[in-house]
Design a protein around this ligand. Structure first.
Ligand SMILES: Nc1ncnc2c1ncn2[C@@H]1O[C@@H]2COP(=O)(O)O[C@H]2[C@H]1O
Length: 296
């Protein structure tokens, strides 16, 4: 089977602490998932069961279906669900780049913030979560799944970093961006480097979807982006990809819109601004907590 299935456990940025960034991703036809970021875990599993996305209990989803966590950066809204659930969880892998593993060791699984359920850091390390360090561009198999991942660094308000994950299953790929500012504002080429890596996969039709953040409406001034995108910058970044692939290649590309901060009626404003700016014909997907969808 080609492509992936996605079960969002949490979809928002900002302060809604029962619904923060976390996306289960598995090859189509498989229940061996990884969790892309883990802001909200239990509440998302519960919502998915209510919505009949899963017909097993929450314990089975947490312990058996989730085979590992991919953490883009160590901000609480991307990691707190994993930390809180670690007590009830089973042995699994935690994949992240070096800086992010460093923060988890020093600041979360350190016995002071939380018991050290991981396999390194302050003694005694209880050895339940196994840190797997990802290096830029290197393909790492995702244990107990049919998937592998390549990681790319992102800039999330300099000097802080985040990560994009390019997940492979068979001949299909899905690209997940953690929080990121636009290259032009961050004064980096990090997003461009990701686009350059995936452009051939867009041309060959193997890239089944892109998860990209939009945190604020266009009215947010660039000096207050804090390492995030607005609809204008989101579209502008896809224009960079279009410059590498040709615009026509992006028509109908699945793009999952993540990390909207739901202040006031910003969700509606952002949706309108994205739709109005979508001259590339991207297939914008606004994910809902617990509602499964497919990428193929
Ligand atoms: N300099 C700042 N002043 C006020 N708020 C900030 C500043 N930097 C970051 N933030 C906020 O802190 C939040 C942390 O999570 P986010 O990166 O999603 O979004 C960030 C902003 O909302």
């Amino acid at each position: 089977q080609k492509g992936f299935k996605v079960v969002p456990l949490g979809v928002k940025g900002g302060t809604m602490d029962g619904n923060l960034s976390a996306y289960l991703l598995a090859p189509a036809g498989s229940d061996a998932y990884v969790c892309l970021d883990a802001g909200t875990v239990s509440n998302g599993i519960e919502k998915a069961i209510e919505k009949k996305t899963f017909n097993v209990n929450g314990e089975t989803v947490l312990k058996k279906y989730i085979k590992g966590y991919l953490i883009s950066h160590p901000h609480l809204d991307h990691i707190s669900g994993m930390v809180i659930n670690s007590v009830d969880d089973t042995v699994k892998q935690v994949y992240a780049m070096e800086h992010c593993i460093g923060v988890m060791k020093a600041h979360y699984f350190n016995w002071q913030s939380w018991p050290n359920l991981a396999n390194d850091g302050n003694a005694p390390a209880l050895n339940k979560y196994r840190y797997q360090q990802l290096s830029e561009g290197e393909e790492t198999p995702l244990a107990e799944t049919r998937m592998s991942v390549r990681a790319f660094p992102l800039s999330h308000s300099k000097p802080y970093s985040s990560t994009a994950f390019l997940v492979k299953s068979g001949e299909s790929y899905a690209l997940y961006f953690g929080d990121t500012g636009p290259d032009e504002v961050e004064k980096t080429d990090h997003m461009r480097r990701v686009w350059a890596a995936v452009a051939p996969l867009v041309k060959s039709g193997q890239l089944t979807g892109v998860f990209l953040e939009v945190s604020y409406p266009n009215a947010q001034p660039d000096r207050h982006l804090y390492g995030h995108l607005t609809p204008k910058w989101f579209i502008q970044e896809f224009e960079v990809l279009a410059g590498l692939t040709g615009k026509e290649r992006l028509r109908g590309l699945n793009v999952v819109v993540t990390h909207i901060k739901p202040t006031g009626n910003n969700e509606e404003i952002i949706r309108k601004e994205l739709n109005a700016g979508n001259t590339l014909g991207l297939r914008l997907i606004f994910p809902e907590q617990g509602v499964k969808f497919e990428l193929n």
